[in-house]
Design a protein around this ligand. Structure first.
Ligand code: FES
Ligand SMILES: [Fe+2]
Length: 332
């Protein structure tokens, strides 16, 4: 794809969790990459802004600059940009008023539920809410972040996939002898879809499970690279997880993975955030070599390229969803 085709791609109108609120202290700037675009996130006293990480003067990375109150100054010649992106001062010419054209390229940024949501284009709707974050019965912790040499949509499909449990996660999410996957329901809605009543037997579905059990999953795709897994384990009637997968498509071949795990079994058998992080991390690390091995790197949207089986219903719906959105970036 040419640079102009990339910018017109509907992926640019999507919301992505580019970073977590806790990644940025007041008066801090950091550089990120999203959809082949360098982005600086910076926090003034409280508010976070997302801008192109490229100074309009000579292209230096603004993320190397300094934040003073609600302004960011470039590290190279010190141009000072106000919170709205407008340059207010050329230090080399203090008497000159910078013209309106001297303006950082600004993107939309929303901070909610501990996440920094960024869209590089014009999103048609607000980012989804993560209600469990504020609910007293859940404790939430971040698992990640990992840089992975894999396409973000391949990572999404792996999260939705149950038929790999027995092969890639044989001691936890696998079931032992039985690799069969029962039929489940997939229902599309305006900004995503949900796969309901996904049932698998798992040796250890989550940390609170002390015996093999039937686990009930609902998978929800909430955005192009945002999904949620609602998970209940039968043998521990109260225990449940909501695992949110937040993937940053750095470019078509590289991603950053984060998981936000909300769980209601804190304290049971001494389970705490560190144990939850270690458990989910070990599972994700089993997926990494598979994800990095997949070819083509881009996600094929047409069935002739790859074969599907009934247990791939979620992935098939995910590909339909990308087609519906008209996504070209990262697909083939
Ligand atoms: S490159 Fe930013 S002020 Fe010159
Ligand atoms: Fe997996």
């Amino acid at each position: 794809m040419s640079a102009s085709e990339i910018v017109q791609d509907p992926a640019f109108n999507q919301w992505f969790v580019l970073a977590m609120s806790s990644d940025l202290r007041p008066h801090q700037a950091r550089g990120y990459e999203l959809l082949n675009t360098r982005v600086v996130l910076w926090r003034g006293t409280t508010e976070v802004r997302a801008w192109h990480d490229q100074c309009p003067h000579r292209g230096a990375a603004l993320s190397l600059g300094k934040v003073h109150n609600e302004a960011l100054s470039c590290p190279y010649h010190g141009w000072a940009f106000e919170g709205n992106g407008r340059c207010s001062r050329y230090p080399a010419h203090p008497d000159r008023q910078p013209p309106p054209r001297a303006h950082a390229r600004t993107f939309q940024c929303i901070e909610q539920d501990g996440c920094l949501w960024v869209s590089l284009g014009k999103p048609s709707h607000a980012p989804p809410r993560f209600m469990e974050i504020d609910q007293a019965e859940y404790r939430s912790t971040l698992v990640g972040e990992w840089n992975i040499k894999a396409n973000a949509y391949r990572v999404m499909e792996n999260f939705l996939d149950m038929a790999h449990f027995n092969f890639v996660h044989p001691t936890t999410l696998g079931a032992g002898a039985d690799s069969s996957i029962a039929a489940y329901q997939v229902e599309a809605y305006e900004h995503g879809f949900i796969a309901r009543d996904c049932r698998v037997v798992q040796l250890r579905g989550n940390l609170s499970a002390d015996a093999p059990a039937q686990v009930l999953y609902d998978y929800e795709v909430l955005g192009l690279t945002v999904a949620a897994l609602h998970k209940k384990t039968d043998n521990c009637s109260q225990a449940s997880d909501v695992i949110r997968l937040l993937v940053v498509p750095v470019d078509a071949h590289n991603s950053v993975i984060r998981m936000l795990v909300s769980y209601d079994y804190a304290g049971i058998d001494g389970i705490d955030d560190l144990a939850v992080i270690a458990f989910n991390r070990s599972i994700l690390l089993e997926d990494v070599p598979i994800l990095e091995s997949q070819r083509p790197k881009e996600l094929p949207l047409y069935t002739a390229v790859e074969l599907s089986q009934p247990s791939d219903s979620s992935a098939i719906e995910y590909r339909r969803y990308l087609k519906r959105l008209g996504i070209k970036f990262g697909t083939c």
